[in-house]
Design a protein around this ligand. Structure first.
Ligand code: AMP
Length: 422
């Protein structure tokens, strides 16, 4: 299928051409005509499928006919709202809106927590058609009376499963109550739990359904390998792999924020340029880490699952699971960061004896066994007994000192890491 048959405006096709895209991705080919027809949509698509463009293009097109060149704020009411679980995703979605909308006179802005609210208020006062927001900060703005949704036509919930995982359901319900009932609703989610179905059935009217995210779609594009290793030797193995294989642009996952910070510090000591990105970092710190990584100034970005969501990094060649996630589906999300848009990617998992059960769960989800290769010099010591992995603890990736204070985890199912709140 070509872009010409999608029915997009010349201004959008021009922007798409300028991005160098040659063909629509499956979710784009399926979702764009549905959204253009005005229908509600339930879409199963995860990061890396081109889902952002799949809702951004038709949204811009639907808003374009009434777009105004006037400077008057009254001529730029909020007409579309995109809710995202994290500030990173909000920024990336808005960047996509600006990129694809660059030949249209539509305005957009983001509102998310963790930063000064006043510049956001100023941007809203100037008038924007498209607002990209995280739920908590959106409600803060509502309380301050800076938001008016009387002209809202389109609502998008992006990564709705993550929003529910992060405990945003009540905020979402409050937000829905602020919106005019007649509107078009688009819900994007990588997974379909009962909770998502429930949210969808209350929100969507006669929705069309598009699903391009069979659970292990990403997994097929990605070369996956497991390196068995002792818990205490994971860091040494990681440094060894990075050095001997000259890996750069590596995204490394840990289970906890504490583990992410510690690992990035240790890698630095090994002479490897690394930075951690997680919910305890300030917004400027996160943005800087991501930009340094994209520019190649640091070669390793260590992230927790939550912090990694929505990171838009093109052509990421390597993902390392320094610790396996507690939830098997998170493995699929993680490795979905590589092998994007048809590019080859590699996912390396460092697995210690504590994590064999997690590995089995992942293999069950993938419906196949992952190849396992011992790295020379790092064969695990068979006499080491497994230890339980504490939820939110730092075990399994270098071991937590007995008696060390329990650290707060960044796992998505804890409901406590509210990425968008100040
Ligand atoms: P997303 O799934 O929205 O996170 O997008 C993943 C990446 O794919 C982004 O970096 C987009 O710039 C890129 N992308 C989106 N649509 C296309 C396309 N049709 N062809 C090639 N790349 C695309």
């Amino acid at each position: 299928m070509s872009f010409d048959s999608l029915g997009l405006l010349p201004e959008l096709l021009r922007a798409v051409r300028e991005e160098g895209y040659e063909t629509p991705t499956p979710v784009q080919a399926q979702a764009v005509p549905i959204v253009l027809s005005g229908r509600d949509l339930l879409a199963g698509a995860q990061t890396g499928t081109g889902k952002t463009a799949a809702f951004t293009w038709p949204m811009l097109q639907l808003l374009a006919p009434q777009a105004s060149h006037s400077a008057s704020p009254a001529r730029h009411p909020i007409r579309a709202l995109v809710l995202t679980p994290t500030r990173e995703l909000a920024m990336q979605v808005e960047e996509a809106i600006r990129t694809y909308g660059r030949h249209l006179p539509l305005r957009s802005t983001t509102i998310f927590g963790g930063v000064n609210i006043n510049p956001q208020i100023a941007a809203l006062r100037r008038g924007v058609e498209i607002l990209v927001a995280t739920p908590g900060r959106l409600l803060d703005h509502h309380q301050q009376g800076t938001l008016h949704f009387g002209h809202l036509e389109i609502l998008v919930l992006d990564e709705a499963d993550r929003m529910l995982d992060m405990g945003f359901i009540r905020d979402i319900r409050k937000i829905l109550a602020l919106l005019p009932p007649r509107r078009q609703n688009l819900l994007f989610s990588a997974t379909f739990s009962d909770e998502i179905r429930q949210l969808a059935s209350g929100l969507l009217h006669d929705p069309a359904f598009v699903d391009v995210a069979p659970r292990n779609a990403a997994a097929d594009l990605v070369q996956q390998v497991v390196h068995p290793v002792d818990r205490e030797r994971k860091r040494a193995l990681l440094s060894h792999l990075i050095r001997t294989r000259k890996l750069d642009q590596v995204l490394v996952f840990t289970r906890t924020k504490h583990g992410a910070s510690r690992l990035s510090e240790q890698l630095e000591k090994d002479g490897i340029a690394a930075a951690a990105i997680h919910g305890n970092k300030s917004q400027p710190q996160r943005v800087k880490a991501l930009e340094d990584f994209k520019r190649g100034e640091i070669s390793v970005l260590v992230a927790t699952d939550i912090a990694s969501r929505g990171l838009d990094i093109d052509q990421l060649p390597h993902v390392v699971n320094y610790e396996l996630p507690h939830v098997a589906e998170d493995y699929v999300h993680r490795i979905g960061r590589t092998g994007r848009a048809g590019l080859e990617g590699e996912a390396i998992s460092l697995v210690c004896v504590d994590e064999h059960k997690l590995l089995r769960e992942i293999e069950r989800l993938l419906k196949r066994k992952l190849p396992s290769e011992v790295v020379q010099g790092f064969a695990p010591d068979p006499s080491i007994a497994p230890q339980p992995i504490l939820q939110g603890g730092a075990r399994g990736g270098g071991g937590r000192r007995p008696g060390a204070p329990s650290v707060h985890g960044g796992g998505p199912r804890r409901g406590s890491s509210r990425g968008s709140r100040a």
